[in-house]
Design a binder for this molecule. Structure first.
Ligand SMILES: [Zn+2]
Length: 222
């Protein structure tokens, strides 16, 4: 396990990279941010969007939650949760893209597939949270009842992204911008085992490689 001092040293390297020299990326960012893209990703420690996408400070506005889920606009209005983050990204920052970034081997989606099982393991909130994507689970139970576990999990991870994309369109000010062509919605899926990035096609209703397996085989090379 990494000692906390690793992260203190990490900040030192960040400082060296971004706050030294004549021209710093933070010269402009000190005054404020204007990211182009909202990324909604899982909390999973392997799926840091900035790292995965090679983003610089100021490039992406990131919201993370278990299972990278978006509830519908009208669901439980007393508890805005992630909807407040989305509202700020859209109305306050005027982003032109929203990426829902899911991933393989997602514990949140496993909890969703578990159904009642998760509450029996002493978790108080996760079951209710991931039930946002219950339609994905129901589809798996309906269409893939006899498929192997791995196929079912992967399908649920994909279909949960589809549910969140649909839910985004229930926000009137998102729908408006999408229809006007000023905002684009994307569903991405990081396949951790294959090291690939897949993208959702709304026409074909399926995921296909956006960045396929690395051909170079240069892992570990300079
Ligand atoms: Zn996850």
């Amino acid at each position: 396990m990494a000692d906390i001092s690793t992260f203190v040293q990490g900040f030192g390297r960040f400082q060296e990279k971004y706050f030294t020299g004549d021209k710093s990326i933070f010269d402009e960012l000190r005054e404020g941010q204007s990211p182009s893209t909202l990324v909604i990703s899982c909390c999973d420690s392997r799926t840091d969007p900035g790292m995965l996408m090679g983003a610089n400070p100021g490039d992406i506005f990131v919201v993370r939650n278990v299972g990278n889920l978006v509830p519908p606009y009208n669901d439980n209005p007393e508890m805005p949760g992630i909807r407040a983050d989305i509202e700020f990204a859209i109305k306050g920052l005027n982003v032109s893209n929203i990426i829902i970034l899911g991933h393989s081997g997602c514990g949140g989606i496993r909890a969703l597939m578990d159904g009642e099982g998760i509450t029996r393991r002493d978790y108080e909130f996760i079951g209710r949270w991931v039930s946002i994507a219950r339609a994905a689970r129901e589809r798996v139970l309906r269409e893939l009842s006899s498929a192997p576990e791995e196929t079912r999990s992967r399908a649920c991870e994909h279909w949960a992204i589809e549910v969140s994309l649909k839910n985004l369109m229930t926000f009137p000010w998102i729908r408006e911008r999408v229809e006007a062509g000023t905002l684009a919605l994307h569903g991405w899926y990081f396949d951790i085992r294959a090291g690939e990035l897949l993208a959702y096609s709304a026409e074909r209703r399926e995921f296909a490689p956006l960045v396929g397996k690395s051909e170079s085989g240069s892992r570990g090379a300079a």
